[in-house]
Design a protein. Structure first.
Length: 266
């Protein structure tokens, strides 16, 4: 959210940006401020349908006013906070994931002025950044939950390996360092659960080499691994060859087996 607000200000030229996520389906809490002069907006709870942001939540589309205090098409529950910050021209863009509004980004000027189409497009692009981040976070949480499920039998290891491959593929896309480290720690736990005994890990693979092997272990072709990891097929082949060389393997299957024995893959 903080990065998206900075992008919104940079790409639109609007001096003030703020926003937040919806902890529930009906209410937004403003948690991030950028370029504000006061803290009047911080922590403000915006209900669906109320004010400009609430209208954006209810309609699930961008909304704007050229002069907030006199705007007739919104309710005015939040006029005091808006006036304290001195805002006049304001736009609100919803963050929508799987047809559900998950947050709102605001941009604002301190003088009354109609905002153009280019400003709207840039604000929508900033909201898309938050949407993509939420999609990745949701997927990570789903996979982490699946990874923590107890293994029921030999057949369940295929599901574990698929989850492991998906988690490793997602890791480079996560900007939140703490979340990324948590995810990779779960990957290591999954690998240790089925790998060799302690002390046997004598092979050190680069992160991308291990990512490629994890995809191969889950049954992906080079092309499928490239698509999952956001790499070119030739790059995947290069990482796979390097991993095979380090593991002393001559085939993809031998490389996967060696990596499992070394405790690098589940």
């Amino acid at each position: 959210m903080r990065a998206a607000l900075q992008r919104l200000r940079r790409s639109t030229g609007l001096p003030v940006a703020f926003g937040g996520l919806l902890p529930n389906a009906r209410q937004l809490r403003i948690a991030e401020l950028s370029g504000t002069a006061t803290g009047a907006l911080r922590g403000l709870a915006i209900s669906a349908g109320n004010g400009l942001g609430g209208k954006s939540i209810a309609l699930s589309r961008p909304c704007a006013v050229s002069d907030y205090p006199s705007a007739r098409h919104i309710s005015h529950e939040y006029d005091a906070a808006v006036a304290t910050e001195g805002l006049r021209s304001v736009l609100a863009v919803p963050v929508v994931v799987r047809r559900k509004v998950r947050g709102v980004l605001y941009g604002a000027l301190r003088e009354p002025m109609a905002l153009g189409e280019r400003t709207f497009d840039a604000a929508v692009a900033a909201a898309r950044d938050v949407e993509q981040a939420l999609v990745v976070r949701d997927e990570v949480q789903r996979l982490l939950a699946a990874a923590r499920e107890p293994v029921a039998g030999p057949g369940a290891w295929e599901e574990v390996r698929e989850v492991h491959g998906e988690l490793r593929a997602l890791a480079p896309r996560i900007g939140d360092q703490a979340l990324r480290e948590t995810l990779l720690a779960v990957c290591r736990r999954l690998a240790a659960a089925a790998g060799g005994p302690p002390g046997e890990q004598t092979v050190a693979l680069a992160p991308r080499e291990l990512d490629v092997l994890a995809c191969v272990a889950a049954g992906s072709t080079n092309a499928a691994a490239a698509e999952r990891l956001g790499l070119k097929p030739e790059t995947v082949k290069g990482y796979l060859r390097a991993a095979m060389r380090k593991l002393g393997a001559h085939t993809r299957l031998e490389a996967v087996v060696a990596a499992r024995r070394a405790g690098l893959l589940p």
